[in-house]
Design a protein around this ligand. Structure first.
Ligand SMILES: [Zn+2]
Length: 238
């Protein structure tokens, strides 16, 4: 159990697999089973090819995120916030399950964006994903921006796109404000997310890792747990 008063938490795909959302790189991951699917997440391929966009929207139309429910792992972090011990909930996930569980939107820093909104790549107008899903269901395979005709894309960070600097700054601030850094369900192989561990370690803060598979940071961590998140996290932080 972590008894620190100020904890920063970084979450990755592993916290949402128990909610039925497959990860990308794991044994049952999207890219492991279908490497061609990775093209949908590359900004250059997405912009260049209507066929890639059509595939990407088909994928969005049936995404498990629309019906997934938070699991006890997400709920444990809501509890941590209510105890006043959470300096920030930094996530690599785009599924919105932390907010659906009850975490305050202001405290959730979505490093890789969100599937719940859509951005126009031309005029940068942001609209709810639900509006685009309605158009997809009506047969529009590659919906364009109704204002400028530009290409629409989910408000997620694709390969080749940079992270939102304000979100990254908030994640760093949350890490610096904490006494302990807790990484949950992330392989810690994607930067700059994994680099938050370096910031915590450089400041001499304990690093706690809860993940099914080993990570590159295990040797530097104070505690490493390879147990199921949905049962371990509630006992770890509450
Ligand atoms: Zn537009």
């Amino acid at each position: 159990m972590i008894d620190a008063e100020h904890i920063a938490v970084l979450t990755g795909a592993g916290i949402s697999t128990a909610s039925g959302i497959p990860d990308f790189r794991g044994p049952q991951g999207l890219w492991t089973k279908n490497p061609a699917a990775a093209a949908m997440f590359d900004i250059d391929e997405y912009v260049a090819s209507r066929a890639v966009r059509v595939e990407a929207w088909k994928f969005r139309l049936t995404a498990p995120a629309w019906t997934a429910e938070p699991n006890p792992g997400h709920l444990a972090l809501v509890d941590l916030e209510r105890q006043g011990r959470l300096t920030g909930l930094i996530t690599q996930n785009v599924d919105g399950l932390h907010q659906k569980a009850g975490s305050s939107p202001a405290i959730v820093h979505e490093l890789h964006g969100t599937v719940w909104y859509v951005d126009c790549l031309e005029c940068t107008r942001r609209i709810p994903m639900a509006d685009v899903l309605t158009r997809l269901e009506a047969g529009d395979e590659d919906p364009a921006c109704v204002v400028c005709g530009g290409i629409l894309k989910s408000a997620t960070v694709s390969f080749g796109q940079s992270l939102d600097q304000r979100v990254l700054d908030a994640a760093v601030a949350a890490t610096e404000a904490a006494d302990v850094f807790l990484a949950v369900g992330t392989s810690l192989q994607v930067y700059p997310a994994a680099g938050l561990c370096d910031i915590a370690l450089a400041a001499g803060k304990p690093l706690v890792i809860l993940n099914a598979e080993p990570t590159p940071y295990d040797e530097q961590a104070t505690t490493v747990l390879h147990t199921p998140i949905e049962t371990t996290l509630p006992t770890l932080v509450t």
